[in-house]
Design a protein around this ligand. Structure first.
Ligand SMILES: Cc1cc2nc3c(=O)[nH]c(=O)nc-3n(C[C@H](O)[C@H](O)[C@H](O)COP(=O)(O)OP(=O)(O)OC[C@H]3O[C@@H](n4cnc5c(N)ncnc54)[C@H](O)[C@@H]3O)c2cc1C
Length: 395
């Protein structure tokens, strides 16, 4: 089989790229190692920047998002027993949208199926060959066990942090930079009416907590925990107790509680691959970079990479120019490092690194106070949280 772009991975990056290429009349085959239900059921991101919402809408996959996406004009920071609000709309002109990654994936998968272009689930032993040639190949075993070969002009490595694409690049051809944090996030999805419609970041002497609405009847919440913790150490009552304690305010705010439907542990890391390309293989999304989730950026950046890559591939076919493809990595990495810095700053400010370090604790509280009371600091936060470009000195 022959295609223009072989896409490895049907996460947000791969499916979005497939959709954008389709809209430009460019062929692709998407190969995913998991089943459709597994891909959709994985509970992960849920905070969409306005640029992501605009791109999904302009790409014809925004109908359900327009109806079901929850637009929220502010975010809260709970610390030292008080609740503070940053008004995103007043400071930066736009709300964020709460819409689960699994809903984004459902919409993108439905759109892909409607195009009749190939999307192969449950592909086994996916590998890339002939990367040194002008026609790299994707090989895998299809569901029935038959071997398949797809000859491609380009391969897009959209297969996440643990995928095969980055690992296929010869040693020394790319450099990786990594920061692993000395804590993890315990995450829950619970059936309960959210006690706050807007997202709450909490900093407490016992550590970080996050309370987010996923839908009018679902809560997504996280608490900082030791990196080597096991889920068995987190019975439901302990999760609720930590969430209550860490998000508590003197005015008596507390989360509503209900049955926990899902529980997971996630390591906290920042990771960047440079360059995001090797010959005709282009990395996009988590295969190239991971952001500590405090900044709510991973999904948005996966979608942003897909847009840059789709434009560059379209230019290649339209004008036989590889200028944009040659700039793909630099274009993405400029934004990646900027966002990495933001996500790492959020992580640093909101977590306890050493529970016995009172100096650290007091400076964190002071930094949060500054963020809430200094208009320039709140505005800068709002713009970066929304993924907007900084205000230049000339404005
Ligand atoms: C707990 C948590 C909370 C998060 N919260 C947010 C948030 O609020 N906002 C935000 O923007 N981001 C958030 N993120 C990050 C976001 O979920 C990811 O950045 C996003 O999923 C990246 O999309 P992707 O397409 O690059 O990779 P993935 O979603 O990982 O998709 C990669 C796909 O490739 C497939 N694959 C892997 N290996 C192979 C192979 N060998 N062959 C074929 N297919 C393969 C995988 O099965 C998967 O379907 C969060 C992440 C976590 C873990």
């Amino acid at each position: 089989m022959r295609t223009q772009v072989g896409i490895v991975g049907a996460g947000p990056a791969g499916l979005m790229l497939g959709q954008l290429l389709h809209l430009r009349g460019i062929d692709s085959v998407i190969v995913e190692k998991r089943g459709r239900d597994y891909v959709i059921d994985r509970v992960r991101a849920g905070v969409l920047e306005p640029g992501t919402v605009d791109l999904l809408t302009a790409s014809g996959v925004g109908d359900r998002l327009a109806v079901e996406g929850l637009r929220r004009g502010g975010v809260h920071f709970n610390f030292a027993g008080a609740r503070h609000r940053i008004d995103l709309v007043a400071l930066a002109g736009s709300p964020i949208t709460i819409y689960g990654q699994n809903e984004v994936l459902k919409d993108l998968i439905d759109a892909r199926i409607a195009t009749d272009r190939p999307l192969v689930f449950e592909a086994e032993e996916v590998r890339i060959e002939d990367l040194e040639s002008s026609t790299p190949k994707l090989r895998f075993q299809a569901q029935a066990g038959e071997p398949r070969e797809i000859v491609c002009d380009f391969i897009a490595g959209c297969d996440g942090f643990h995928g095969v694409c980055r690992a296929t690049i010869p040693p020394g051809a790319v450099t990786t930079h990594e920061r692993v944090y000395p804590f993890s996030w315990l995450g829950i999805l619970a059936e309960a009416t959210p006690a706050s419609e807007e997202l709450i970041y909490a900093y407490h002497e016992r550590g970080f907590a996050l309370h987010n609405q996923r839908s009018p009847t679902l809560i997504r919440a996280h608490v900082q925990c030791p990196p080597d913790d096991d889920l068995s150490a987190w019975p439901d009552e302990r999760v609720w107790s930590e969430l209550r304690t860490r998000t508590a305010t003197a005015s008596g705010w507390r989360p509503n509680e209900g049955p926990i439907l899902k529980k997971s542990l996630a390591a906290m890391r920042g990771f960047v691959t440079e360059p995001m390309r090797y010959r005709r293989l282009f990395l996009a999304g988590d295969s190239a970079h991971i952001f500590p989730p405090s900044g709510a950026k991973g999904l948005n950046m996966a979608i942003a990479d897909a847009q840059v890559l789709a434009d560059a591939i379209a230019e290649h076919y339209a004008s036989a120019s590889d200028g944009a493809l040659d700039l793909y990595s630099d274009t993405c990495l400029r934004r990646v490092w900027n966002v990495q810095q933001f996500a790492c700053w959020m992580t640093q400010m909101l977590h306890r690194f050493d529970p016995n370090d009172e100096f650290e604790h007091r400076t964190r509280l002071s930094e949060l106070e500054h963020l809430m009371t200094c208009r320039e600091a709140s505005t800068s936060f709002a713009r970066r949280y929304l993924g907007l470009s900084p205000i230049s000195h000339d404005e």
